[in-house]
Design a protein around this ligand. Structure first.
Ligand code: FAD
Length: 288
């Protein structure tokens, strides 16, 4: 099924993100974890893609398994940085032949290894979207950044670039994690004002490790509101307490989002069945 048809429904949608293994040694354990999460019957599941290509074959493997054997709509992430046109074309063919109908089209992060732009066939996500649109009928999503992408000059500039993705054929946008819903509400107001009308899926990260979230925030430019920073500072040395507090905070964000008319929430569940289960249980009546 196409994700646009799932999320344009007025019913709240809850989806989960998983990531593929780095090597074949852990393929089975990751596959098991994703199958467990699939038993929660999310609206769809997304499978990330390693920008360096390291996990790319496993993205397809996990997404295909979810869709064919678990009957869960899969959203396969695909990055274009550091890929040639031929590589992207062959990947698209494999996705299509495997019955995948949805792609999250991304540029990917620039790292010291892929910084040499002369080797790139694509420079931005909108170019990847144009490439996909040439020969395929995938439902295409893109990423958006309520606090601005770290490389962008300012939010206005970032939203102008976001518009290029939508004009290229992106049908929905999934947000970077954020910990203050007001940031999202203000952002949506601005992107609607700029003429972007596609549905927004709110990306929510249940924080289970204080150390990890501080590092992720440094890299992604996401801010931690003081109220949440206090929670992380207080519980980061106690993993079980941090997990409980992180799930409670994410649940509160999700309930507020649904109450304010955001119908699609994507949880960065990071292959953690227990976390995905708790979130689903906490809002079971709300998403009925
Ligand atoms: P783009 O949309 O290309 O934007 C990148 C930057 O360039 C922005 O600053 C933008 O303002 C600017 N820009 C865009 N278009 C143009 C243009 N035409 N001209 C000039 N400037 C432009 N990374 C992975 O490696 N694998 C994943 O699976 C993955 N999944 C993700 C899922 C979500 C929901 C999100 C939010 C991010 C994900 N990422 C993933 C990270 C992502 O690859 C990085 O954030 C990357 O730096 C930007 O990707 P993008 O597709 O948003 O890029």
């Amino acid at each position: 099924m196409k994700i646009i048809d799932i999320i344009k429904d007025k019913k709240p949608s809850l989806s989960f993100e998983v990531f593929p293994p780095k090597t074949s040694d852990s393929l089975e354990s990751v596959r098991n974890a994703t199958e467990q999460i699939a038993t929660l019957k999310p609206s769809f599941m997304s499978v990330t893609y390693g920008a360096g290509g390291g996990t790319s074959e496993f993205t397809l493997e996990i997404a295909k398994n979810l869709q064919k054997n678990q009957e869960i709509t899969a959203l396969a992430h695909l990055t274009c940085v550091n890929s040639t046109r031929d590589e992207i074309k062959s990947r698209l063919k494999m996705l299509s032949n495997s019955g995948i109908e949805n792609i999250l089209a991304l540029r990917g992060d620039i790292t010291p290894e892929n910084r040499d732009r002369t080797k790139w066939d694509y420079h931005y996500a909108n170019e990847l979207i144009e490439e996909i649109k040439k020969d395929y009928d995938f439902c295409i999503g893109g990423a958006c950044y309520p606090e601005g992408h770290p490389e962008s000059l300012n939010q206005k500039h970032d939203i102008e670039n976001l518009k290029r993705k939508v004009e290229a054929g992106c049908e929905f946008l999934t947000t970077q994690m954020f910990f203050d819903n007001n940031l999202l509400y203000n952002y949506i107001y601005k992107i609607r004002e700029s003429g972007i009308e596609v549905p927004i899926i709110a990306g929510i990260m249940p924080v289970t490790s204080g150390k990890q979230i501080k590092r992720s925030c440094e890299l992604s430019g996401c801010s931690l509101p003081q109220r949440f920073k206090m929670i992380v500072d207080r519980y980061s040395d106690n993993p079980e307490a941090m997990k409980q507090a992180g799930i409670a905070y994410a649940t509160e964000q999700i309930i507020d989002l649904f109450a304010n008319g955001i119908n699609a929430v994507h949880v960065y569940s990071m292959n953690k069945f227990d976390v995905a289960t708790k979130i689903k249980e906490n809002i079971s009546e709300i998403i009925k």
